[in-house]
Design a binder for this molecule. Sequence first.
Ligand code: SME
Length: 160
Amino acid sequence: MAEDLHITTGTKEELYQSLIPQINALIEGESDAIANLANICAALKEQFNWLWVGFYIVKPNEKGEDELVLGPFQGPVACTRIKKGRGVCGAAWQQAVTLIVPDVEKFPGHITCSSLSKSEIVVPVFTNGIVTAVLDVDSELLNRFDEIDKRYLEEIIMSL
Ligand code: SME
């Protein structure tokens, strides 16, 4: 069992380690944020085949209140707007920390975009110390995300 875990862990790290230079090559020299976010989603989806991977971007609504608004993503259609503190994405934004949710049904206020989603990780994107977007990843498997995903996804986000 320990060896299986070791192999699985190593494989996941290798997948990230091979992907990060590709992502850096894709986005370096390109200043258009939406293009870069879109390519990051595509690269992650290709590598890991998660159910859903995408960005929600902090933007003011018509009342001038900041909300998360759906940005570039790969996967099934998703909810368009999320208020601060709502769901996993809104909580990660409010707390300005990465949230790993092993079982979405046990997360109070989880927003169900797809009934297939079982576990989730949300990583805030910072600009000058302020959360300006979040990266959200959903899996059809329970307990799919761990500290390895957190470390590498945060590294990918830092290059933005
Ligand atoms: N489940 C998220 C909402 C976004 S979708 O999963 C794409 C949440 O609770 O914030």
